[in-house]
Structure formats: structure tokens, C-alpha cells
Design a protein around this ligand. Structure first.
Ligand code: ATP
Length: 416
């Protein structure tokens, strides 16, 4: 199956709003083996939208369109579809009643303008919108299914799920593109690519070809493996064996073979080993604690985080001796180590992590340039301290500090 995605809304053509719907839609379409051939962002302009529908209908299997279903004059998606299909619009009293009731439940009277949202191009099927007023619409013409979904992501998402399950999955027949995402941290993109290169050629000429794409994103590398096969089962089998080949080749630098984030991976390890962790952060400013607690259920293993930016905070809250700071400097392995010990002891956690570094842009010296970060991890059985030299702006240094700390912990837990 081939798809186009159309994002409608003049605000998406300004510097202030990004079209994120198309990313979510692409992910869901790809998951059922549907390939996205084109993405279009178009303003609230009927003639522009008409041109796009004219091109797409009869050309692709599905066009998923979001936005422009609201009640105002500039919500033009319905009109454009009706114009292209040369069908009249009928008022669906059921939709209007539903919208009126939604207003009444909040003690409001429905403005007359909202009746516009009850206008349906003749022949279209209505898609329920459990989270908003504007329903979605589904129309088929010349072999192309056209889905019109509302713009707000929280309304669009559940409707997309229903669309995929009820209409697109049965059409996909199981064939298509299937993907696995592997995540790697602690190595450079070129290093990973050079080591994995011999596998790529072999995979491309295999009976079920697999294409590999390498992406470097903030402190981690993603390897995307895409298999094209007649059935999901065949694709899964081929992908599984490719993933195993990569694991044999690259070893534990691969932290995730199912797209999971590093914080979720360490969470799983901590839970399975029944260990708790507390963190003391200087240059990462609480980012490590924030990322660990992004994972639902992290209260099972995360006790506390202290942001100790000043030397005084490190002394008062963590018991780092002032002489240690005076003799080695606040950014040093002995101080990172004392921070990890200090927080673990005070919290009574099995594991303590200490991070101290120079996020920049100021504060660097020839011996300790911007991006120098000392990280210590203390577990019940081991202790490691390392100094990293990260590149990039302040946010990159903070992110990589949290990333490296979690990766050190992961590798230590795997060894334990
Ligand atoms: P409504 O009934 O809420 O007006 P609608 O279908 O008409 O729904 P729009 O008015 O086009 O939707 O968009 C409403 C809001 O949804 C936008 O201001 C924007 O915040 C968000 N939105 C719209 N399209 C997208 C998109 N492609 N990606 C991310 N957000 C979007």
C-alpha cells in the first residue's frame, strides 16, 4: 500500500507550529506495511487542497488528511473533497445533535456556526471523534481511500488507531515494509557504520531484503532495519535474524532492539534486580532524574534526585568534603564519586549516581574545557568513575551527561 499524508492549516506554514501529526501517521502506516510516498503541508486554501486531492485520487491507495475540519470559514477540507468528487454536501443531523449535546454537557449553547461541522460530502462515512466535536470522514474513490481527521493531535490519535484497525489493516493484506529500530550509545556513528557495513550488502541480496539506515540523534545512534516481504511473519523472521547478527557483532553497545528508550531499559533492569537508585546532579541540572521519571512506574526504583549546582550544595546536601573540591576542583572524578556516595548513603539507595561537569558556553579551562563531565556510579558491588569529553552546545552536554550516566549504570547492571 502507498500513502500520501496531507496536513492542512495555514498555521503549519508559519515558523510557530510544526506538523507533528504526519510523523505519528507515518509510524502507524509503516507498522502495517504501508509506505508513505509524499507528505504535503497546505494552508487553508481550497484551490491548493483541490489540486492535491486531484493528484492523489486514483494514484495512491490512501490519503490521510488532518486539520481543517473545524466550524469556521477557513476550515476548508470538507469543501475541497466535495468539490473534487463533484458531490453535494448534506447536513447530517446526528452530527449536529452530538455537537449540541457536547456543548450542553459543559453548560453552553452551541453556536450556529458549528452546524458547518455537520456538513458531509455525499457518500462519505462518518468516523467517530471520541475527544472532540468534529467527526472524521472516510470516502473511497477510484481505488483511493481518503481519510479526513481533525488537526488537534489528541483528537487525531485515537481516530487514527481506529482507522488503521478497521479500514487500513484489512486492505494491507499483511504485505509491505516492516521495521525494527535498534539503539546504540557510547560509540560514534562512523564507528558503528564501519563495523556493521559487511552485513548491509549481504542483507540487501537476501531472499527477503533488508535495508539499513543509520541515524545519529543527540547522544545516541539508531539503526533502522526495514524488510520488504509478502507477509508480516516472513519479515519478522528475517528482521529477527538480522538483529541477532548485529548483536553478535556489536555486543552490549546495543541497548535497545525494540525502540525502547534508555531510561526504560535501565528501569527494567533495576526492577528485575530489585535495586533502587538516587542521583546527585550538577551540570545536568536534574535532567537525569527527569528522564528516569519519564518512565511510568519509576517510583518502584527511583528514590530521589538532588540538583547540587554550587559547591556549598555539594557539601551541605551530599557531604562532599570542601578539601576535596579545593584540591581537585568541583569537576573531577573524586568529587563525582563523593556525590554518588553521598546521595546513595543519605537516601539509603542501593545505587548512587553523581554527575559534575562544565556545560558551557563559559567556565572552560585548557585542562578542563567545556564539555568535560565526570560521572560516578556506585552499585552495591562495584563503583566506576569516568571523565567524558562531550561536544556540542549546553543542551547537548546536559543530554549526553544523562545518557552516559544511564549507560554506565546499564553496563554495570548487565555485568553484575
Ligand atoms: P478544530 O475543530 O479543533 O478546529 P480542525 O480539524 O479544524 O479541528 P485545525 O483547526 O486545523 O483542526 O487545527 C487545530 C489545532 O490542531 C492547530 O492549531 C494545531 O495546534 C493542531 N494541529 C493541526 N494540524 C496539526 C498537525 N499536522 N500537526 C500538529 N498539530 C496540528
Amino acid at each position: 500500500m502507498k500513502a500520501w499524508i496531507v496536513a492542512v492549516g495555514s498555521e503549519l506554514l508559519t515558523p510557530f507550529r510544526v506538523d507533528t501529526n504526519s510523523l505519528a501517521i507515518t509510524e502507524r502506516l509503516n507498522a502495517i506495511g504501508c509506505e508513505v510516498r509524499r507528505k504535503v503541508v497546505v494552508g487553508d486554501d481550497v484551490s491548493e487542497l483541490v489540486t492535491i486531492f486531484e493528484r492523489g485520487i486514483g494514484h495512491v491507495d490512501v490519503m490521510v488528511c488532518t486539520g481543517g475540519l473545524g466550524p469556521t470559514e477557513d476550515d476548508i477540507t470538507r469543501d475541497a473533497v466535495a468539490r473534487v468528487l463533484k458531490v453535494p454536501m448534506d447536513l447530517d443531523q446526528g452530527i449536529v445533535d452530538g455537537i449540541r449535546q457536547r456543548f450542553e454537557r459543559r453548560g453552553l449553547t452551541m453556536p450556529e456556526i458549528n452546524r458547518r461541522q455537520g456538513m458531509v460530502p455525499r457518500g462519505a462515512t462518518i468516523l467517530e471523534n471520541p475527544r472532540g466535536t468534529a467527526p472524521g470522514l472516510w470516502i473511497e474513490r477510484q481505488g483511493t481511500g481518503i481519510a479526513l481527521l481533525p488537526g488537534p493531535p489528541r483528537e487525531m490519535t485515537p481516530m487514527l488507531e481506529a482507522l488503521i484497525a478497521e479500514r487500513l489493516l484489512p486492505r494491507s493484506g499483511g504485505a509491505g515494509l516492516f521495521r525494527r529500530v535498534l539503539k546504540i550509545t557510547g560509540r560514534s556513528e562512523s564507528d558503528v557504520d564501519a563495523r556493521a557495513q559487511p552485513l548491509y550488502g549481504k542483507w540487501l541480496t537476501a531472499p527477503i531484503p533488508i535495508a539499513a539506515t543509520i541515524l545519529a540523534v543527540m547522544g545516541q545512534i539508531e539503526l533502522h532495519l526495514t524488510a520488504s516481504a509478502a507477509t508480516r511473519k516472513e519479515a519478522e523472521t528475517a528482521l529477527e535474524s538480522a538483529v541477532r547478527e548485529l548483536q553478535d557483532l556489536l555486543g552490549p553497545i546495543i541497548y535497545s532492539i525494540d525502540g525502547r528508550a534508555l531510561e526504560a531499559v535501565i528501569g527494567e533492569l533495576l526492577r528485575s534486580k530489585r535495586l533502587t537508585v538516587s542521583v546527585a546532579e550538577s551540570c545536568s541540572g536534574g535532567l537525569l532524574a527527569s528522564r528516569i521519571t519519564d518512565v511510568p512506574g519509576s517510583s518502584d526504583y527511583f528514590d530521589r534526585g538532588a540538583v547540587c549546582y554550587s559547591n556549598r550544595a555539594k557539601e551541605e546536601w551530599l557531604g562532599v568534603p570542601s578539601e576535596l573540591i579545593a584540591s581537585h576542583g568541583a569537576v573531577s572524578e573524586p568529587v563525582a564519586s563523593a556525590m554518588a556516595e553521598g546521595i546513595a548513603d543519605r537516601a539509603g539507595s542501593a545505587i548512587g549516581i553523581g554527575i559534575t561537569g562544565i556545560a558551557g558556553p563559559g567556565g572552560g579551562t585548557p585542562e578542563k574545557p567545556v564539555g568535560t563531565v565526570a560521572i560516578a556510579v556506585r552499585t552495591p558491588t562495584a563503583k566506576q568513575v569516568r571523565t567524558f569529553q562531550f561536544l556540542g552546545a549546553r543542551d547537548m552536554v546536559k543530554f549526553q551527561s544523562a545518557q552516559a550516566a544511564m549507560n554506565m549504570l546499564r553496563l554495570m547492571l548487565l555485568d553484575a
